[in-house]
Design a protein around this ligand. Structure first.
Ligand code: FAD
Length: 378
């Protein structure tokens, strides 16, 4: 029997496993490895940060995937041998007919001196309880949300956090100056200037100051340091720089971009039978900007790869390709959300737009999570 080894049980890995089982049922052995024991959507962090919900309410055990015939291994992947289509979990080596690398992006807070001491990491689920407590106890003053590197996951999320925190403070009567800084030239470079202006004026309307082109060099007690200025803060929430996980960086899969380079349509790496999907890859769009790191895209990539692998196993020409259509939600407070969506792989230019803020988009965002939790985990 053919075997597929999937490294990573996030959006990408789960979508791959499910689609393979839908296509080939017992004709394929699917092994999924993850060091975590559960799945959770990324935007739960925004809700838990402002106390709207908890992280735990959105977590589901990966072990539930055994119900559809997937073998789930809860181990850290310690080495990948793409030439042999094999991976090691400590001493245990598993060889496969197809290998799917879906290990996501790793957060590297140590890359910024002072981050561990002075910033609260709002992209790490383990950092959320501390950050939520600090926000609850915040009496007013300067609250800074810092983006310390790009690319980073879900580009709208830091702005969403700023708007939701602003809502929370208004309700509680806390007087704060909220500021967001980014190393990038606009809030969401994938959008044109007009849409970025809309986001930035929405921030300004809520009294939130946005500082583009701000690449922090370090953090000291009470201030973020940039090349030619210091930004004081009373509370600092940080999005640390991202990289592929160490095991991927050491595997020979990472290309010149610093991420895994793949064929944008087939997700094939340069090693036969080895695919990489989701946040661990960098796909450059026709305008020279990278495809945003989003769960929806990781999921679509996983489905594409599963279709292609399944076709290959039954000696059919693989036809499925990654389309890059969809987007990310940007919750704006007041019970509404916008969407950054479109056809990201369109040529000669990506066709990406910002929608209006509506309650329907917020409902869609909520059901994006509930539908997956129900379909994937029962
Ligand atoms: C605040 C926030 C809001 C977001 N909002 C949205 C949104 O609205 N819409 C959207 O589409 N996306 C959103 N995202 C982005 C989304 O969460 C990611 O893009 C998505 O999770 C990527 O999926 P993936 O499968 O590539 O990686 P992941 O989901 O990160 O999965 C990777 C898995 O690999 C495992 N792993 C890593 N290294 C190892 C190892 N060495 N051994 C074993 N296991 C390992 C990890 O434990 C993890 O489970 C948001 C993210 C954040 C942080």
């Amino acid at each position: 029997m053919k075997r597929v080894l999937i490294l990573g049980g996030g959006f990408g890995g789960i979508a791959t496993a499910r689609r393979l089982k839908q296509k080939l049922a017992d004709e394929v052995e699917v092994i999924l490895v993850d060091k975590r024991d559960h799945f959770m959507v990324g935007f739960r962090k925004s809700w838990a940060l402002v106390g709207e919900s908890t992280l735990e309410e959105g977590q589901r055990p990966l072990d539930n995937l055994t119900g559809i015939g997937v073998r789930v291994m809860r181990d850290p992947v310690t080495r990948i041998d793409p030439k042999a289509r094999a991976a090691y979990m400590g001493d245990q080596r598993i060889d496969a007919d197809a290998l799917v690398v879906a290990l996501g992006a790793e957060l590297i807070p140590n890359a910024v001196s002072g981050f561990q001491e002075y910033a609260l990491n709002v992209y790490d689920p383990l950092g959320i309880p501390r950050a939520a407590k600090a926000l609850n106890e915040f009496q007013g003053g300067r609250l800074v949300i810092g983006i310390f590197g790009a690319p980073y996951k879900c580009p709208p999320a830091p702005f969403e956090m700023a708007l939701l925190i602003n809502d929370k403070f208004k309700t509680k009567g806390v007087k704060a100056n909220i500021e967001v800084f980014s190393p990038q030239p606009t809030s969401l470079p994938i959008l044109g200037q007009a849409s970025c202006d809309l986001i930035e004026s929405r921030l300004a309307d809520h009294g939130i100051t946005f500082h583009p082109n701000h690449k922090a060099t370090s953090i000291e007690a009470g201030e973020v340091v940039f090349a030619n200025k210091h930004m004081p803060f009373d509370l600092l929430l940080g999005v640390p720089p991202h990289k592929p996980p160490a095991v991927v960086r050491e595997s020979g899969l990472v290309g010149g971009s610093g991420w895994v380079d793949v064929n944008a349509r087939t997700l094939e790496t340069s090693f036969p039978g080895v695919y990489a999907i989701g946040d661990v890859v960098q796909i450059m769009l026709a305008n020279g900007k990278p495809l945003p790191k989003a769960g929806l895209f990781a999921e679509q990539m996983g489905e594409t790869v599963a279709e292609r692998i399944a076709s290959g196993f039954v000696r059919e020409e693989p036809a499925a390709t990654f389309k890059g259509a969809g987007g990310c939600y940007l919750e704006v407070g007041g019970g509404k959300a916008m969407m950054v969506r479109g056809n990201f792989l369109a040529e000669p230019e990506p066709e990406v737009m910002l929608t209006e803020a509506t309650t329907d988009f917020l409902n869609e965002k909520r059901s994006f999570e509930t539908q997956r939790l129900l379909e994937w985990f029962g």
